[in-house]
Design a protein around this ligand. Structure first.
Ligand SMILES: Cc1cc2nc3c(=O)[nH]c(=O)nc-3n(C[C@H](O)[C@H](O)[C@H](O)COP(=O)(O)O)c2cc1C
Length: 198
């Protein structure tokens, strides 16, 4: 597992080679092994493949156009449009995209009480643990992945397209790649504070 942690990198170039169903199921099984706050297991997955990918990306592009025209509720996000367009292109080419939803999620923009906000944070942390499990399991199985949040710029359009309950937390693209990716080098020592002694 430590090996997968170090090997995992974001893959943005996928081969047009399908990911077999049993591999997808292994990735999903790994997802639900994640811990979750109060064992609520708030995750839900929508697996998108084949021709459905075209409609998904079309929904995303519609959302991005609205942001560009200033017609979306995501005003101020215009600088992120080029990166989101690039992400849409990746999703178009990835053989599989799995949307990860927070089943207990509250609609974007809703004013939450402090306890509800804490619950929302905890559920999102739980969902994120599941997402990380997916990307590590995929790495272990020789499948590349990309965790995408640029989907948020087209939140409303993708939510309507998904047509299911739950709030989107992320979309994960999966597929095989022939692009060698070296391990990441991370500076981390400055991010740690020690209190007390061993
Ligand atoms: C929550 C989250 C959202 C991300 N969203 C996107 C995205 O929309 N598009 C993209 O190309 N990469 C996205 N990434 C990938 C990051 O850019 C990437 O993890 C980071 O640059 C470090 O590179 P590495 O994953 O190869 O170590 C996202 C990563 C995370 C954790």
């Amino acid at each position: 597992m430590i090996e997968a942690i170090y090997k995992r990198r974001s893959v943005r170039r996928f081969l047009p080679r399908p990911v077999p169903q049993d591999v997808i199921e292994k990735i999903l099984e790994a997802a639900v092994q994640a811990p979750s706050a109060k064992n609520r297991q708030p995750w839900k997955f929508v697996v998108v493949r084949g021709r459905e990918r075209r409609d998904m990306v079309s929904a995303m592009k519609t959302g991005l156009q609205k942001v560009r025209r200033g017609e979306s509720r995501f005003t101020g996000w215009e600088p992120y449009i080029p990166s989101a367009v690039y992400t849409a292109r990746i999703l178009e080419l990835a053989p599989v995209t799995i949307f990860v939803l927070n089943k207990q999620g509250r609609p974007l923009g809703e004013n939450l009480s402090v306890p509800d906000k804490i619950m929302e944070i905890c559920d999102l942390e739980s969902v994120s643990a599941a997402v990380q499990n997916m990307s590590l399991a995929a790495t272990d199985l020789g499948v590349g992945s990309l965790w995408t949040c640029n989907i948020f710029l087209a939140y409303d359009e993708l939510k309507t397209w998904l047509n299911t309950d739950g709030e989107m937390a992320a979309a994960m693209a999966f597929g095989y790649t022939d692009k060698p990716l070296p391990p990441a080098r991370r500076e981390w020592k400055n991010s740690v504070l020690y209190r007390g002694e061993d």
